[in-house]
Design a binder for this molecule. Structure first.
Ligand code: ZN
Length: 317
């Protein structure tokens, strides 16, 4: 029903690793595996919830990004007519200590390394508060419950938080069933309206281009059109199409993905000259035709026109 909010970040990280001639690449690789581990953990939770049939009406939303007083992201929201449940997933291996004062999560890894993180308890409480505010703005007042899910079995809790439930994925259904169904329940029409309102308000997170986030100069970026078949950079412009000298495939729309990579990796905007340099074409009329065909928003007059892409359109998964 909706794309993951970190999928653009992930696409940018993957594209940048083959585009940048810069030591930052190893940082990007570890960033990529953290995000992928997170996605894996959330998928385990999603599978448990999908396999289970609850005896009451419910909807489940994964990886939601909403804003009330401020922007917030929720890993999983389960909604029933009586209450909502917010689940935050953590994927840290080793032994975990949830400290309350000051709030902090301490991870002791199997290799003996100790790492400190923001307390997921605080994160969960903040999300419950922001979600309640979001619901109140829509005149919906029903209780929200929350829990932290440890998605991988190789996690051991040394010290649990004082008052927040910690669950392994298979404990989620019994936890949800144990919650009290008291108070006024949402009428069915309101319940259904709320589902579509959540989806309507969900916003895809647009990350900063990698070069901006990590201060990488444009001169470190490898230009060229990426082959949509074999992934190699360096397709050649031939009349009416692009040709890959490595796998010999032709594709007349190969520039589309490559321009998406420009916005994810290099800059939020592109000019005719930048487009020519990045795609490896000499003719500015060809570049102009390509830029016009992309339905980009643009600014400025013909000579110094700058184009912007709506990145939500480059999400493939
Ligand atoms: Zn190829």
């Amino acid at each position: 029903m909706k794309e993951r909010s970190d999928s653009l970040t992930l696409q940018g990280l993957i594209a940048a690793q083959s585009r940048l001639k810069n030591p930052i690449v190893s940082t990007l690789a570890s960033k990529q595996s953290i995000i992928e581990a997170g996605i894996g953990g959330e998928q385990r939770v999603a599978e448990v919830l999908q396999r289970y049939t609850f005896s009451f009406k419910n909807n489940i939303f994964h990886d939601l990004s909403l804003s009330s007083d401020s922007y917030f992201q929720i890993d999983h929201l389960l909604k029933t007519p009586y209450y909502g449940v917010i689940l935050e997933t953590k994927n840290l291996a080793g032994s975990l200590e949830f400290r309350d004062n000051p709030p902090q999560l301490v991870q002791k890894r199997e290799d003996g390394k100790i790492k400190y993180y923001e307390s997921p308890v605080e994160q969960l409480e903040r999300n419950i508060e922001l979600m309640s505010a979001w619901l109140l703005q829509r005149n919906i007042d029903f209780p929200l419950y929350g829990a932290i899910v440890l998605a991988y079995p190789k996690q051991h809790v040394e010290i649990p938080p004082a008052s927040t439930k910690i669950l392994f994925p298979n404990m989620i259904p019994p936890f949800i069933k144990s919650l009290p169904q008291e108070g006024k329940r949402l009428e069915m029409s309101k319940f259904n309206w709320l589902s579509s309102e959540i989806l309507r308000c969900h916003q895809t997170y647009i990350p900063k281009p990698i070069c901006e986030s990590y201060q990488v100069p444009i001169s470190d970026v490898l230009p060229g059109v990426r082959c949509v078949a074999c992934g190699n950079i360096g397709m050649l412009k031939v009349p009416r199409t692009w040709h890959c000298p490595i796998c010999k495939v032709n594709n007349h729309l190969a520039h589309v993905q490559t321009l998406g990579e420009w916005f994810l990796v290099v800059k939020r905007s592109i000019t005719n000259r930048e487009c020519r340099e990045f795609l490896g074409i000499k003719d500015k009329f060809t570049a102009n035709r390509i830029l016009q065909s992309m339905n980009f928003k643009s600014q400025g007059t013909y000579r110094d026109r700058t184009y912007f892409m709506d990145l939500r359109t480059v999400i493939h998964n």
